[in-house]
Write a new protein. Structure first.
Length: 210
């Protein structure tokens, strides 16, 4: 059974304060998204298995711990999820990266897949699905479903910087096995499915298309 983890680390919350500010420019916003993603990655990988190994230091031999070879993958939901990838790769450089592109059908309001490319061994990896915002939960749930049904993924973690209660409820209902890491749970969605108070459109603010 997956769990909800709200990351209240002071550094994450301080950076989130600047991220929300409507006067934060594109360059700083993009950097903040990466910095928060790196800190969240640190927390989300806390339980990765390790093994004892020996290493020769300049002074002598030491028995230390190293990652136990668990394969990892990062899957951003296009396009805003791309803003979280580079910082996470800096933390876990051996991870491979897949991509899922989804858009919302204007009539049915359901997410539609328009692009999907995964590492060939994705089913063997622990997968971190990343997107700065979890609003309705539709896109995240669809992305997770694609990973499960199309690629056979069984070990999936969802990482979002800001989440709405409505989106969390959808993920908990439709994918109760998925661990969810968020930096903040906001008040609600408005009539346009924007998170309140949120931070606006994350993709526009990352790429300067606002």
């Amino acid at each position: 059974m997956g769990s909800l983890h709200v990351l209240e680390h002071p550094l994450i919350q301080h950076k989130l304060y600047h991220l929300r500010n409507k006067n934060t420019g594109v360059k700083e916003f993009r950097e903040l998204v990466g910095e928060i993603a790196a800190l969240m990655c640190y927390e989300a990988t806390r339980n990765l298995p390790t093994k004892e190994v020996e290493v020769e230091t300049p002074i002598g031999r030491a028995t230390v711990r190293s990652l136990a070879g668990k394969k990892l993958a990062i899957v951003p939901i296009l396009r805003a999820g791309l803003g979280m990838v580079d910082a996470m790769i800096d933390m876990i450089p051996s991870a491979k990266v897949g991509h899922i592109g989804l858009y919302r059908d204007p009539e049915t309001h359901e997410p539609v897949e328009y692009y999907c490319k995964m590492p060939p061994d994705i089913s063997e990896r622990q997968v971190f699905v990343v997107d700065p915002m979890l609003a309705t939960g539709g896109s995240a749930s669809a992305a997770i479903q694609i990973l499960k049904e199309k690629y056979g993924c069984k070990n999936i973690v969802l990482m979002n910087i800001i989440a709405a209660p409505e989106g969390i409820a959808v993920i908990r209902k439709e994918h109760p096995d998925v661990d969810l890491f968020v930096a903040a749970v906001d008040e609600k969605l408005n009539d346009h499915a924007y998170i309140v108070p949120g931070l606006g459109d994350a993709g526009d603010r990352i790429f300067g298309t606002k």
